[in-house]
Design a protein. Structure first.
Lengths: 467, 243
């Protein structure tokens, strides 16, 4: 499918804006519906997490992993340095997050207490302690040393033994490994190993036994607190930057204008003008240039109609006031409105009428690429006794009405004869939205150039303080 | 470490050095990335609502709830109370404000000695402004002096405020900014923040922080890539990479 927009001076001229804008509206609003369908899916970064020990890739002859794959015991009597009982987690540590952390509990320190916790790569020689080989690191319990790629380690922290809980972690923001003992940080070292790293545990003398916790149980160390501290560091650096005064007010104002929230806008203007001192919005000139108050009252009215489910009235009024928008019955705006009418009928249980309406107005979209999947999902509403609880329940939510109202709003804005062609795309996005998109992409790109490690900006998380 | 291992490590390091030259991203590529971002309308609405609520614009928040279906994160009635306190201070009715704060939540002033002192100080300023010299002195002695004895910083503030009395013409007084209306606003802001905190609500709206974060993110990315920037935050206009 050709995704680049046709030239602005198309044969259809300025009055039917559907050709130029049809492509834009197509990509935008239909995709937003598809996005709504995934809303309840857990919003993670799509990485598998380590959950248990890997019994296949381990130093088989020297150790025994428990059936639940969360503990390991050294069964051999060790004779030399190439019979270490090493075992890795089943998956490498995730990287698209601020930190990764796991813990071990020393159940039995055996004859010599030669236990280690650390990180190794997939190709690690499974008969050596983590840290004794290049591209690995390990914090060893018998001497409290940290080993990172050479036979000789360096003094790092306390030794550890039976009944101690020791943790190993990666801080992607500072690019460091850190280790803890019984809930307190022991120390950290720079992480100079690249690529995927496996949480690793090793035992080396008879009867040593270690339990591993990949997060199923509460950690002894307050990893969340540690992450909060790390985020705060970044936040403090950010807060020092300066922005133009009252820029927030300007952006809220243009947002309200863009979407036609007229009543809110009026209350907002009144409030900002009557505060002490009155808020001076520097960007007044820019706002006027935008002409974003074009058809404000009508847009507000149409939004109200759609939000109240009065689709028939909305369609009639559009034919009356903005016929160019609804001229093409196969346009995205028409599709959305017809869909919404169907949804409103289902909402009040008028299923038979819904079917009739669907046949009349929606059937024509089946078979049209770009519409078909949505039409089918929408029709699925008929099947359920309690459609609002089904997997297509999102159609019945308030957000769907808002989406249709936004589409109508965008269509009306695009009929503004004063708008230059070049600026046509801005009827789709408020200034605020553009800023948020830029912020997201900058953070994503930065992370991607950093080996894809670390957290990125997600508005949804920020709003819920889940950062 | 074997020679072979040393050689391999060196090659890996060289790879890293090559990467320090910046990645070039064209405007077309960048716009594709921008459009690919999954941004939900509800989240943007929530951001705006958070702004209205934290700033205390009750009517605007109510209208926004009606026009967009967005739910405010705190009970709007608490905003009205908070705004009444703020307004009282802004108008110089500090006694009234203190009463209202205690009605709202007596713990706020109990747990915020600095705030309480600043409110009392503002009260003193208002008395001086009204020319009620005797009343002002009495108030200073009974209410503020004891606090000054406990705390050096308070004492200094108190002395500065009392100095206002000494000058017939306040405009010649070196601490005349205390009489400025802006000082009322400062105190009002302090009270506003304390109330929000007591309601477990962040005292600042999120939007301004996100704007700063945008500047920060662009600065960070500048180290590794050349790409279109947004320079004018009020329009969000994309500027081509300068080359």
């Amino acid at each position: 499918m050709n995704s680049s927009p046709p030239p602005a001076n198309s044969a259809n001229g300025d009055t039917t804006n559907n050709v130029v804008n049809g492509q834009d509206l197509n990509l935008n609003f239909l995709d937003k519906i598809r996005l709504a369908a995934t809303r309840n899916a857990k919003e993670d970064e799509g990485e598998d997490l380590p959950t248990e020990l890997n019994t296949i890739n381990s130093a088989g002859g020297f150790l025994v992993v428990s059936p639940d794959k969360l503990s390991v015991k050294y069964t051999n009597t060790n004779l030399h340095g190439h019979d270490v009982g090493v075992v890795q987690a089943n998956k490498p540590a995730p990287i698209k997050c601020l930190t990764y952390y796991f813990e071990i509990f020393v159940k039995d320190s055996g004859i010599k207490g030669q236990i280690a916790i650390g990180f190794t790569k997939e190709s690690f020689k499974m008969r050596r302690q983590p840290g004794w080989e290049v591209n690995s690191c390990g914090y060893h319990g018998d001497d409290g040393f940290l080993y990172r790629g050479q036979g000789k380690g360096e003094p790092f922290g306390p030794k550890y033994t039976k009944d101690d809980t020791v943790g190993g972690g990666i801080n992607y923001a500072s690019q460091e490994f850190f280790f803890t003992k019984n809930g307190a940080i022991v120390g950290k070292i720079p992480k100079d190993i690249r690529g995927h790293l496996f949480p690793t545990v090793a035992v080396h003398s008879q009867n040593e036994e270690v339990l591993v916790n990949f997060g199923k149980k509460k950690f002894a160390f307050d990893i969340k607190g540690y992450e909060a501290l790390e985020r705060n560091k970044q936040q403090m650096a950010i807060e020092k930057l300066s922005t133009p005064p009252n820029i927030g007010y300007g952006l809220v104002k243009t947002y309200l204008l863009h979407y036609g929230y007229e009543e809110t806008l009026n209350a907002f203007n009144l409030a900002t003008q009557t505060t002490v001192p009155p808020i001076h919005i520097d960007q007044e000139n820019a706002i006027d240039e935008d002409d974003s108050s074009y058809a404000l009252k009508q847009r507000k009215n149409f939004r109200q109609l759609v939000r109240n489910g009065e689709i028939d009235t909305a369609l009639a009024e559009l034919r009356n006031l903005y016929p160019q928008i609804v001229q093409d019955d196969k346009s995205v705006v028409c599709f959305l409105l017809h869909c919404q009418k169907f949804i409103e009928l289902v909402r009040v249980g008028k299923l038979e009428e819904g079917v009739k309406y669907g046949r009349l107005e929606l059937a024509k979209f089946v078979g049209l690429t770009g519409f078909q999947d949505i039409v089918e999902d929408c029709f699925a509403l008929l099947v359920y006794e309690k459609p609002e609880e089904s997997s297509v329940g999102y159609f019945l939510e308030d957000s769907q009405r808002e989406l249709v109202a936004d589409a109508v709003n965008a269509a009306i804005l695009s009929t503004n004869p004063n708008k230059k062609d070049v600026q046509r795309s801005c009827h789709l996005q408020s200034h605020l939205e553009k800023l948020l998109r830029q912020l997201t992409v900058c953070c994503l790109e930065r992370r991607s150039l950093n080996g894809d490690q670390g957290e990125t900006f997600r508005l949804h998380h920020v709003l819920n303080n889940n950062r | 470490m074997s020679l072979f291992r040393i050689f391999i490590n060196q090659l890996e390091e060289d790879d890293e050095d090559m990467a320090t030259s910046k990645k070039m991203i064209t405007r077309e590529e960048w716009e594709k990335k921008l459009n690919a971002v999954k941004l939900r309308k509800e989240d943007m609405n929530t951001l705006v609502m958070n702004f209205l609520v934290t700033e205390g614009y009750v009517e605007a928040a109510e209208k926004f709830q009606r026009e967009s279906g967005t739910k405010p994160e705190i009970d709007l009635a608490t905003i009205t109370d908070r705004m009444a306190v703020k307004k009282a201070v802004q108008n110089g009715n500090v006694e009234d404000a203190i009463e209202k704060v205690n009605d709202l939540n007596p713990e706020i002033l109990d747990t915020n000695p600095e705030l309480f002192f600043h409110l009392q100080q503002q009260r003193l300023i208002e008395l001086i402004r009204q020319g009620k010299t005797e009343e002002a002195l009495e108030f200073a002695q009974e209410e503020l002096a004891p606090r000054g004895e406990e705390n050096q910083a308070f004492l200094e503030e108190l002395e500065k405020t009392v100095a206002l009395l000494v000058f017939d013409d306040a405009s010649t007084c070196p601490v005349k900014e205390l009489l400025d209306l802006s000082h009322r606003l400062k105190t009002a802001s302090e009270v506003n923040a304390a109330i929000l905190t007591s309601q477990s609500h962040e005292k600042d709206p999120k939007l301004p922080s996100l704007l700063k974060m945008l500047i920060w993110a662009q600065n960070q990315l500048d180290e590794k890539a050349v790409y279109p920037h947004i320079i004018d935050l009020s329009t969000g206009k994309l500027e081509d990479p300068s080359e």
